[in-house]
Design a protein around this ligand. Structure first.
Ligand SMILES: Cc1cc2nc3c(=O)[nH]c(=O)nc-3n(C[C@H](O)[C@H](O)[C@H](O)COP(=O)(O)OP(=O)(O)OC[C@H]3O[C@@H](n4cnc5c(N)ncnc54)[C@H](O)[C@@H]3O)c2cc1C
Length: 431
């Protein structure tokens, strides 16, 4: 790389997902040389999009919470031109389309609570229960009183309310990709709070715009198609047998790749998800809001007319519909339940579904990590050996924010080693 201003040694970052790129951005700021080696053909890892016949297709339905603190710190929001969802969600608490309701965020739409009561989605006593649990979610003083460790424990307090069964649980199942809500409470609280305290959006040009924006600021080398087979304190060895020497190695891969590179015992497989995109002449939903039909109907987790959120996703004013679905099955982990999804879409939206044309479909194995890596459970310290560091969403919250934050945390720790004593680092504020 030959930077004249290099202050430390050379860092090799394994993985060009958001964590690896964020790590590189921080090293760049500290004027420390780095090389990123990426197994795949492109940067961005799991937060990526493709162009299919002029349609922008995020590889798996995902959204960006504009309140993400690390995103606010690192990204230039003006250039990402976020396109926001309607502040509310569609739910359906019965088999008929007439049972579908749009629930608006009461902070933006003051009539929303009276509308919930009128539609019998909530009673006044339910409201008090939910408010008391909600205050524990949002306010730190309330948080200190929460003893539960899992989201499901906390939801136990509200499970008898219609609102929890018809709205809250299907929404959380779709966010965390789990039938039985088992996410750690801290993780769930962070993600929920992010969704509740700002716009939920997608970048104008798709999820890939996030990694592209970070990479445009990087002057270090990014080697694509370069799978790392093994690492040691001072070098990484690639699949083709070549090796790169390093003063520090940052493992910025997904959980299972990190486990095999670091020689940890295998971790639990992540949560998989399926996705479909359809083009259609008519929009199935009136608002740019996400629809969560709930698991009792079938495999569908969410439906959204994504081109109503971001018209730029779709050419010629046609409508682009995004559908996400469960993809786990006992016999085949990567099974896309195509027939069941079509059946459920017909039930939900009627015969016009037959006119929808598939643009893209796929399964993403390990879309979200199930748990933290075994060693990382004990400590948030990203330093593992004398000069080996880790980052990735599984070391923080399984989210874009968690990936970005963990990358910066690993870079600061690596810089601490390489520049020891030469600099004072500003303390990191949690992701
Ligand atoms: C379908 C889906 C929906 C999601 N929805 C949301 C959402 O709505 N909001 C949100 O905030 N987050 C969401 N997420 C999560 C978010 O996308 C991830 O948390 C984040 O992108 C993870 O980034 P990462 O850098 O930690 O890991 P990754 O993106 O997995 O990056 C790791 C990189 O390492 C590379 N790699 C692996 N092994 C090697 C090796 N041996 N050698 C070299 N390179 C290697 C991989 O190819 C990859 O590029 C979603 C994820 C998916 C898949």
């Amino acid at each position: 790389m030959g930077w004249e201003s290099n202050q430390g040694g050379e860092v090799v970052i394994v993985g060009a997902g958001l964590a690896g790129l964020s790590c590189a951005a921080q090293l760049e700021k500290l004027k420390i040389n780095y090389t990123i080696v990426e197994a795949g053909t492109r940067i961005g890892g799991r937060a990526t999009s493709e162009n299919v016949d002029g349609y922008t297709v995020d590889v798996g339905f995902q959204v960006y919470a504009e309140s993400y603190p690390e995103g606010r710190r690192l990204l230039d929001y003006n250039h990402l031109e976020f396109q926001s969802f309607y502040s509310g969600i569609y739910v359906q608490n019965g088999p008929d389309r007439a049972d579908r309701k749009l629930i608006s965020d009461p902070r933006r739409y003051p009539d929303a609570i009276s509308e919930l009561i009128r539609q019998r989605l909530i009673t006044t006593s339910d409201l008090w229960t939910l408010l008391s649990v909600g205050s524990k979610l949002i306010y730190p003083s309330g948080r200190r009183r929460v003893k539960e460790e899992r989201l499901a424990d906390l939801l136990g307090a509200v499970e008898d309310t219609t609102f929890a069964g018809d709205v809250l649980v299907p929404f959380l199942q779709a966010v965390f990709l789990e039938d039985v809500l088992d996410t750690k409470l801290d993780t769930a609280l962070f993600v929920l709070k992010s969704f509740l305290t700002g716009n939920v959006s997608v970048p104008l040009r798709g999820m890939s715009a996030i990694s592209e924006q970070i990479s445009r600021r990087l002057s270090g080398e990014i080697r694509l198609n370069s799978r790392v087979l093994s690492i040691s304190e001072k070098k990484v060895t690639l699949e083709d047998g070549t090796s790169i020497s390093a003063d520090a190695v940052v493992v910025a891969t997904d959980a299972s790749s990190a486990n095999s590179l670091l020689g940890w015992p295998p971790c639990q497989p992540g949560r998989s998800v399926g996705y479909f995109y359809f083009k259609a002449d008519e929009r199935p939903l009136d608002h740019a809001a996400v629809f969560t039909p709930g698991t009792r109907f079938g495999p569908i987790l969410t439906v959204a007319t994504i081109s109503d959120v971001a018209p730029s996703y779709s050419p010629n004013n046609s409508h682009l519909i995004s559908v996400s679905c469960t993809a786990n099955s006992a016999d085949n982990l990567h099974h896309l339940p195509t027939e069941a999804v079509y059946r459920e879409l017909l039930e939900l939206f009627g015969p016009s579904v037959a006119e929808w044309e598939e643009v893209a479909a796929g399964v993403i194995p390990n879309a979200l990590p199930t748990e933290f890596g075994p060693r990382l459970l004990a400590t948030p310290d990203p330093k593992l050996g004398a000069s080996i560091f880790v980052c990735g969403d599984y070391t923080d919250t399984p989210s874009i924010n968690g990936a970005l934050y963990s990358g910066r945390r690993a870079a600061v720790a690596a810089a601490d080693l390489l520049l020891s004593g030469k600099r004072h680092f500003e303390p990191l504020v949690g992701g």
